[in-house]
Design a protein around this ligand. Structure first.
Ligand code: NDP
Length: 502
C-alpha cells in the first residue's frame, strides 16, 4: 500500500474496494449487505441542503477588517478599537436567481459580512445598494414572489414585477438604482456594500447613535451594459465566481473602505421635520450633505474557502448577530429580518447551524440550548444544564446591557412618515446621472418592460413622470424605439422565411 491515507467508511473502518460492488458472481445481483455501496448512494442523495429562497447564488471569501480610525466615541464594540484587525467572511449573491443562475444578471447583489470578533460574531447582512424595494417586512414575501417564477408558466414574469412595483411606489428608488449602470457590476469587487438598514451604536457612557454602514470599493465601480452581460453569460454563467476566486488566488486582494454615517439618538425627529423622511425607512438614504461619511477602516478579502459547500453554502448570516456596542433600530424591515434570517438557517441547515466551522464564533460560547440537529461541540458542566443553577454554569453579564430605548406611542399599523414622498430621492439620484447614463437607464427599463400589459406600463410611467418629466419621457421614447425595433425584426424574419419558402 502507498503512503496515501487509507479510505474508510464514515465510521472509520477501512474499505477494501471502491471499484466494484458486491455481487453473486460476475453477472449476479448486488447484495444489500454491501454497506459501502449503500452509504455512498445514500450520501449522494443528501448532498444538498435546501437552497436559500432568496440570495441562492453566491460567491465568498475570507478576509480582514482593519480599523484605522478611532470611533470609540460612538461604540464600545471591541471590533472598533483603533488598530484592531478582525478576521471575517464575505458572501456576495444575486437575489432572485436560483443556484444555477448566471452571475452577470441584472439584480441587486447581497453583500453579507461576518466578523469573528472577540465578543461574538457580528454579521452585517446588506446589499450593494443603500435602499430596498419595500420598507415593511409585511410586503417582503409578496415582493419576492414577483421576482421568482410564475406558478403556472414556471417563468420569471415581467408583468408581476412591474405590477407590484407600480402599485408600491416606495420601490421607485431601488428600481432606479437596479435599472441604472450599477444594476450589473462586472464582478463582486467592483461594487459598494451597504448595511442598508439603520442600526445603532452605543458607547461606554450609555449614549446611542443611529448608524448606517458603507463599504466603498477601492477597485472602482465597473459595470456591464445589458449587451455586454449577454455576451458574458453566453460564455460563462460563473463569471463572478471565476473573477473573485481568480483574483484572490493570484494574490490581487480586493478591498473596501468602511465608513459610517452617524445620527445622535433623538435627532431623528428633527430629521423627519426637516426632510419629511423617517430615518428608519429602508427605501430612503441619509443625504451625505447632512450626515457625512466618517471613515472607519479597510476590509480586504485575501483567502478563498477550501470547500465551497462547507464554507459558503453553509455560511449563515443573521442581522440578529450583533455584539455589545452595536444594536438595532426601529427599521421595520430590519426587525422582520431579525426573525426570518435565523429561522431560514434553522430550516435550511439545522437547529445548531452555528456550530459549523464557518459559522462558529472564534470566542468562547456558553449557553443552555439542548438537543436538536447537530448539537455537538458544546462542552458544558453536565450538572449545570439549566439556569439558574448551583453548579458553576455560565451566568449573565449585566455590564453588556444596552441603554434602554425611548419608544412610545399607540399600537397600530402605520406607514412611515413621509411615505408619500417616493420621488425626491430617486430625483436626486436621477440628477446625478449624465446623459449617457440616463439613456441606458431608459433603455434598460424599456427592455425589462417587454410584454407587460399597457395599463401597468402606464401606471409606472406616471411614477417616473413624478420623479422628473424627463425620466417618464425618456422611458416612453425608449419603449417606442423598442416597439419599432421589434416590428422591424419581425418583418425581416417573416421576409426571410418567405424568401426561403420561394
Ligand atoms: P451625494 O452626491 O453626496 O452622493 C451620491 C451617492 O450616489 C454616492 O454615494 C455615489 O456612490 C452614489 N451613486 C452614484 N451613482 C450611482 C448609481 N448609479 N446608483 C447608485 N448610487 C450611485 O448625494 P446624496 O447623499 O445627497 O444622495 C443623493 C442620491 O444618491 C440619493 O438619493 C441616493 O439615490 C444616492 N445615494 C446616496 C447614498 C447615501 O448614503 N447618501 C448612498 C448611495 C447612493 P459612489 O461614491 O460610490 O460613487
Amino acid at each position: 500500500m502507498s503512503d496515501r491515507p487509507r479510505l474508510t467508511t464514515t465510521a472509520g473502518a477501512p474499505v477494501a474496494s471502491n471499484q466494484n460492488s458486491k455481487t453473486v458472481g460476475p453477472n449476479g445481483p448486488v447484495l444489500l449487505e454491501d454497506y459501502q455501496l449503500v452509504e455512498k448512494l445514500a450520501h449522494q442523495n443528501r448532498e444538498r441542503v435546501p437552497e436559500r429562497v432568496v440570495h441562492a447564488k453566491g460567491w465568498g471569501a475570507y478576509g480582514t477588517l482593519t480599523v484605522t480610525e478611532d470611533i470609540t466615541r460612538y461604540s464600545r464594540a471591541k471590533v472598533f478599537e483603533k488598530g484592531k484587525q478582525t478576521e471575517m467572511l464575505a458572501r456576495f449573491s444575486t437575489v432572485a436567481g436560483e443556484q444555477g443562475a448566471a452571475d452577470a444578471e441584472r439584480d441587486v447583489r447581497g453583500f453579507a459580512l461576518k466578523f469573528y470578533t472577540e465578543e461574538g460574531n457580528w454579521d452585517l447582512v446588506g446589499n450593494n445598494t443603500p435602499v430596498f424595494f419595500v420598507a415593511d417586512p409585511y410586503k417582503f414575501p409578496d415582493f419576492i414572489h414577483t421576482q421568482k417564477r410564475h406558478p403556472r408558466t414556471n417563468l420569471r414574469s415581467a408583468t408581476a414585477m412591474w405590477d407590484f412595483w407600480s402599485l408600491c411606489p416606495e420601490s421607485l428608488h431601488q428600481v432606479t438604482i437596479l435599472m441604472s449602470d450599477r444594476g450589473i457590476p462586472t464582478d463582486p469587487s467592483r461594487m459598494n456594500g451597504y448595511g442598508s438598514h439603520t442600526f445603532s451604536l452605543w458607547n461606554d457612557q450609555g449614549e446611542r447613535f443611529w448608524v448606517k454602514f458603507h463599504f466603498k470599493t477601492n477597485q472602482g465601480h465597473k459595470h456591464f451594459t445589458n449587451d455586454e452581460a449577454a455576451e458574458v453569460i453566453a460564455k460563462s454563467r460563473e463569471s463572478y465566481q471565476e473573477a473573485l476566486y481568480g483574483m484572490i488566488e493570484e494574490g490581487s486582494f480586493p478591498s473596501w473602505t468602511m465608513y459610517i454615517q452617524v445620527m445622535p439618538e433623538g435627532e431623528e425627529q428633527a430629521f423627519e421635520e426637516k426632510t419629511g423622511w423617517s430615518a428608519f425607512d429602508l427605501t430612503k438614504v441619509w443625504p451625505h450633505g447632512d450626515y457625512p461619511l466618517i471613515k472607519v477602516g479597510t476590509m480586504e478579502l485575501n483567502k478563498n474557502p477550501e470547500n465551497y459547500f462547507h464554507e459558503i453554502e453553509q455560511s449563515a448570516f443573521n442581522p440578529s448577530n450583533v455584539v455589545p456596542g452595536i444594536g438595532f433600530s426601529p427599521d421595520k424591515m430590519l426587525q422582520g429580518r431579525l426573525f426570518s434570517y435565523p429561522d431560514a438557517h434553522r430550516y435550511r441547515i439545522g437547529t445548531h447551524y452555528d456550530v459549523l466551522p464557518v459559522n462558529k464564533p472564534r470566542c468562547p460560547v456558553h449557553h443552555y440550548h439542548q438537543g436538536g440537529e447537530m448539537a455537538f461541540g458544546l462542552k458544558t458542566n453536565p450538572d449545570a444544564y439549566y439556569e439558574p443553577n448551583s453548579f458553576n454554569g455560565p451566568v449573565e453579564d449585566p455590564t453588556v446591557e444596552e441603554p434602554p430605548h425611548k419608544y412610545s406611542g399607540q399600537v397600530g399599523r402605520y406607514e412611515f412618515r413621509g411615505v408619500a414622498d417616493h420621488y425626491s430621492q430617486p430625483r436626486a439620484l436621477f440628477n446625478l446621472f449624465d446623459d449617457d447614463q440616463k439613456k441606458r437607464l431608459f433603455s434598460n427599463i424599456a427592455g425589462a418592460m417587454q410584454g407587460v400589459p399597457q395599463f401597468i406600463v402606464d401606471r409606472q410611467l406616471e411614477h417616473f413622470d413624478k420623479v422628473d418629466p424627463a425620466y417618464g419621457a425618456g422611458v416612453r421614447e425608449a419603449l417606442e424605439k423598442q416597439g419599432r425595433d421589434d416590428a422591424e425584426a419581425s418583418l425581416s424574419t417573416s421576409h426571410s422565411a418567405q424568401t426561403a419558402a420561394e
